[in-house]
Design a protein around this ligand. Structure first.
Ligand code: ZN
Length: 409
C-alpha cells in the first residue's frame, strides 16, 4: 500500500500547512523524503487553496487574490537525486477527494487576471462541475457531459539559485516593456502572500522576496497545464538541486487544450499516487532541457470531432505574421459562434472549450503570412447532434440557465 505522505485539510488555510508552498525557491526545505523506487500518495488543495466555493455566485472569482496561487504539495526529496539527473515520475493514479466531489471553471475579470478571450468576456463568470465517478456535468451548462482526463496542471522540481535568477531577470525585463499593462505581462515575486513551506526566519524573508511565482511553465515543467500529462503518464523531469524537490498541485478533472478560460480547467482538490525513480546524469545523456513524458494508456475515447480552423488575422481584420496565438483565438471564437446557434450563451460555449477534452493543434506555421490553428470539438460529449446539415441548427436550449456573472466593483 502506498502511504499518504502529505495530507491536507480543506477546512484549514493552506498557509497553516507546512508541507505546502506557493513559490519556487531552492531554499524551501523538503517536506518529506523518499527513496528511488518508492510509491506514495500526496493530497493537494485546489490551486486557489479553497478561495472558490461551490455556489451560484461569481464574486469569489472576481475577488480572488491571484498572488496567493498556486498551493503545491511538496517538495518531495528523493534520496540520491543530484543536479543533472532525470527524475522519472509515474503518475499511477489521480483522483478527487471523497469530501470534495466537484470542481470549478471560470474566467477572471479583465481587471484581475483576465483569460485568453478577456477582450470578449471581461467580467468574472463561473461554472460548477459535479463529478459522477469518471464523468462530469455542470448545473450551469446544460446538454454536455464527458469523461474526465484527470491530470496535474502543475508539477515540477525546485530550481537552483542560478536558474531562479535567470527566471526573475528575464521576466522582469519583459514586465519593464509595459509595466502598466492590465493584465500584467508577467508576475514578479511578491513576498506578502508567499508561503515558503517549512522555511523560517531571515532565510525565509529573503527567499519570499525572490521566490518565483508559479504561474508560468518554465524549464522545470511547472504550470504546463498539459491535459495529456494525465494519470497513467510517465514524466522525466530535469533535476537542479540535491534531492530534486518534486512538487505537485493544481489538479484538473478535465481541460481543453490551451486551458483558455484560465480560471482554469475543471479545478479540484484531490490526491496523486506516484512512483519515483532516477536516471543518473540523464539530462546530458538525453540532451534534455525541458521535461519529456509518455502519455497514459487510458484516455477518454472520443473519436468524432467537428474541427474549427483559425488563421492569424485578428478580430479587427489586422494581418499578423504566422502568429499561432492569434490563429488559435480565431479558432476558439469560431467554435463559440457556432455553439451559440444551439442556444448556448457565449460564456457557456467558452467554458465548454476550456473544460471538455477539446484538442488544439498547430496545423501550419510556414504559409506566410498566416499561421493556421485548429480546435477539435468532440461531438459525442453533447446530448444532441451538433453537426451541420441542410435544415440548419436546432436551438436546443432556451437560455434560461446561464453561468453566474459578477460585475466589476
Ligand atoms: Zn489549474
Amino acid at each position: 500500500m502506498a502511504d499518504t505522505l502529505i495530507k491536507v485539510d480543506l477546512k484549514q488555510s493552506p498557509y497553516e500547512n507546512a508541507q505546502v508552498h506557493n513559490r519556487w525557491h531552492p531554499d524551501i526545505p523538503m517536506a518529506v523524503w523518499v527513496e528511488p523506487g518508492d510509491e506514495f500518495k500526496l493530497e493537494t488543495y485546489d490551486w486557489t487553496g479553497g478561495a472558490i466555493q461551490n455556489n451560484d455566485s461569481a464574486e469569489d472569482v472576481r475577488d480572488v487574490d491571484l498572488s496567493t496561487v498556486h498551493f503545491l504539495s511538496g517538495p518531495v526529496g528523493v534520496r540520491g537525486a543530484e543536479p543533472g539527473d532525470l527524475l522519472v515520475v509515474d503518475l499511477l493514479d489521480i483522483g478527487a477527494r471523497d469530501d470534495s466531489l466537484w470542481g470549478f471553471n471560470g474566467f477572471f475579470s479583465k481587471k484581475n487576471g483576465g483569460g485568453f478571450l478577456t477582450e470578449h468576456y471581461p467580467l468574472a463568470q463561473k461554472s460548477i462541475w459535479d463529478f459522477h465517478g469518471m464523468f462530469t456535468s455542470s448545473r450551469h451548462i446544460p446538454g454536455v457531459n464527458f469523461a474526465g482526463l484527470i491530470h496535474p496542471g502543475l508539477i515540477g522540481c525546485l530550481p537552483d539559485a542560478k536558474m531562479l535568477e535567470a527566471w526573475n531577470t528575464r521576466e522582469a525585463e519583459l514586465i519593464a516593456t509595459d509595466p502598466q499593462r492590465v493584465p500584467g505581462l508577467a508576475n514578479p515575486p511578491h513576498a506578502a502572500t508567499a508561503h515558503m513551506g517549512q522555511l523560517q526566519g531571515e532565510l525565509r524573508e529573503r527567499a519570499a522576496a525572490e521566490g518565483a511565482r508559479t504561474v508560468p511553465p518554465r524549464e522545470h515543467g511547472g504550470n504546463c497545464d498539459i491535459k495529456d500529462l494525465s494519470r497513467g503518464s510517465r514524466v522525466y523531469f530535469p533535476v537542479y538541486v540535491n534531492g530534486a524537490g518534486l512538487s505537485v498541485g493544481d489538479l484538473h478533472f478535465s481541460q481543453g487544450d490551451g486551458e483558455i478560460t484560465f480560471c482554469g480547467a475543471i479545478e479540484m482538490a484531490g490526491w496523486v499516487h506516484m512512483k519515483v525513480q532516477l536516471i543518473k546524469g540523464g539530462m546530458t545523456k538525453y540532451g534534455i532541457k525541458n521535461p519529456i513524458f509518455k502519455p497514459s494508456p487510458i484516455v477518454p475515447n472520443y473519436k468524432d470531432y467537428l474541427i474549427f480552423e483559425g488563421i492569424s488575422v485578428d478580430e479587427s481584420g489586422k494581418q499578423h505574421y504566422l502568429d499561432v496565438t492569434v490563429a488559435y483565438r480565431q479558432a476558439c471564437l469560431n467554435a463559440i459562434e457556432y455553439l451559440k446557434k444551439f442556444g448556448y450563451s457565449g460564456a457557456q460555449a467558452y467554458s465548454i472549450l476550456g473544460t471538455a477534452p477539446v484538442q488544439g493543434h498547430i496545423s501550419g506555421v510556414v504559409d506566410v503570412p498566416n499561421a493556421c490553428a485548429t480546435l477539435w470539438l468532440p461531438t459525442e460529449i453533447f446530448d444532441f447532434d451538433i453537426n451541420p446539415n441542410a435544415a440548419g441548427p436546432v436551438k436546443m436550449l432556451d437560455g434560461s440557465i446561464d453561468m453566474p456573472v459578477a460585475p466589476d466593483k
